[in-house]
Ligand binder design. Structure first.
Ligand code: GAR
Length: 194
């Protein structure tokens, strides 16, 4: 049974997909802890509802970024995770965190490799489609080796088409559906070492 620590910043719908897959046996894994940098993250409520440790680890404005990352790493390592899943974690992690978990930090991003890194990726893809620059976007899951934003060895990717009558909302919904499935599938492959 693999031990997962999930880092979130917001709604936590991807966390929910992982919790559900653990509960229904699709994943041979357990979410040991959920940590948010944001007190308002609904994902904390999702964790508590699933009887999972839900922790808030916010960064003080005055705190040095690497010092925060080192404290976060300390907190996470107490749970001895096999994998640390970034499921809507909206902070860039420095080597003060990443070097503690080599090949164990997995990030989800709502775009294809090398496209729309950072925040609001779906909205930026939607706008690029409106300008005729792209015909599809996608989802990827990748390892996080360093401070590169939404980049690193790709574990899985899937194209998501953009339809003529899509609104930002319909595109977001379609992307989130793919994310929920692709993230669980990827964790499943990591579990078995495939
Ligand atoms: C997801 O779309 C995830 O891919 C994205 O944040 C959302 C979180 O949704 N992550 C990034 O943009 C990382 N750069 P959720 O809180 O409902 O899982």
């Amino acid at each position: 049974m693999k031990r997962l620590v999930v880092l979130i910043s917001g709604n936590g719908s991807n966390l929910q997909a992982i919790l559900d897959a653990c509960a229904n046996g699709e994943l041979n894994a357990r979410v040991i802890a959920v940590i948010s940098n944001n007190a308002d993250a609904f994902g904390l409520t999702r964790a508590r509802r699933a009887n999972v440790h839900a922790l808030l680890k916010a960064k003080d404005k005055s705190q040095d970024r690497r010092a925060y990352d080192a404290e976060l790493a300390e907190l996470v390592s107490q749970y001895e995770p096999d994998f640390v899943i970034l499921a809507g974690w909206m902070r860039i992690l420095s080597s003060a965190f990443l070097d503690k978990f080599p090949n164990r930090v997995v990030n989800l991003h709502p775009a294809l490799p090398d496209t729309f890194p950072g925040t609001h990726a779906i909205e930026r893809a939607f706008n690029a489609y409106q300008r005729g620059e792209i015909s599809h976007t996608g989802v990827m899951v990748h390892l996080v080796p360093d401070e590169g934003v939404d980049s690193g060895p790709v574990l899985a990717q899937e194209i998501v088409p953009i339809e003529k009558n899509d609104t930002l909302e319909t595109l977001e919904t379609r992307i989130h559906q793919v994310e929920h499935r692709l993230l669980v599938e990827t964790i499943k492959r990591l579990e078995t070492g495939d």
